[in-house]
Design a protein around this ligand. Sequence first.
Ligand code: LMR
Length: 399
Amino acid sequence: RFADVAQAPPDPILGVSEAFKASTDPNKLNLGVGAYRDEQLKPVVLSVVKKAESKIFSRNENKEYLTIEGLDAFRKATVDLLLGGDHPAIKEGRVAVVQSLSGTGSLRVGAAFIARFMKGATVYLSNPTWGNHRNIFGDEGVEWKYYRYFDADTVGLDFRGMVQDLQAAPPGSVVVLHGCAHNPTGIDPTKDQWAAIADLCKERNLMPFFDVAYQGFATGDLDKDAYAPRLFVEKGLEIVVSQSYSKNLGLYGERVGALVMVLNDKEAATRCLSQLKRLARALYSNPPTHGARIAAEVVNDKELFEEWKGEMRGMAGRIERVRGELQRSLESKYPSKDWSFITKQIGMFSFTGLTPAQVDNMTNKHAIFMTRDGRISLAGLNSAKVDYLAEAIVDSVRN
Ligand code: LMR
């Protein structure tokens, strides 16, 4: 009976955008959702996207269904981006890829695959992690647990805790790893730590599932940001990867991404692809055309690809600049506290350490909207608002 349906809680991230929209405060600032804004705090459509679109429109293509696995040019572009073109796994046909609905949709196809073909496997998520991971695996009926990740004392990685927890995970478990720019903490393992995690996955027979949502956004360099998944493949591990073009190509609402499996065996890749298609068909039938055409156009065209890299460096650079400005402003307003963590963290976010009560103060008193885990999206900050934000943080921390 519909009358008995309980109210669902607002989404921890997208619910913040709803609350921001409803606010009438003239000073309101949305640092909730991870969506890039320019210095005027306006959403950005990249120049390469506009150019790709005009090429696409001039071709006057139809709107027929794509195949279940998606646009071939897009699938090729996506794997090239992830592994680097000409990778042996690509040449040897060991990669299964389905175009899917950005990061979330791709993760969900992966979760459905785990539920069906890795029955009883537990998925290990970093503590903390992106809020939607729990929903995605939980809604597929996949059991999940946390592994230690964030160390509040050092505002760094609790590497020892992470290793201990993964060592204790039963063989056959799945480990969700953030490819780069960990969301929400902005703290990534070092190269040596990645190597140790890869070795541990191999020894313990754990399946790495990379969430790659920020390739090109962490450092402004697509190759550097793909370091971890490439290293795992180099070490002979089979990996599953969800990829998103929401942030790096700014295609948020177009829902563009992919679920990729890099395997050691061509026949297994063929069979896995057939099963991914079976799952996708029942979930959403086949993926949308427009965004995939844009991504394929940009990645497969030398000139647009170079221009895109420049635009990505521009976005990553603006975020880095406001990071520095925020740290300096906080240091001048509250010099006795160490704020250096802000520029040590990378990617779109800063994990401020603000408690839920302090976050409430930020929102209720200062109209600064952010998630209750203390994360702020620096992509939604500009120079003009840095001091305002710093004052609100200091006020919230002091009281
Ligand atoms: C975020 O973490 O803010 C983004 O990934 C947007 C989302 O879908 O939650």
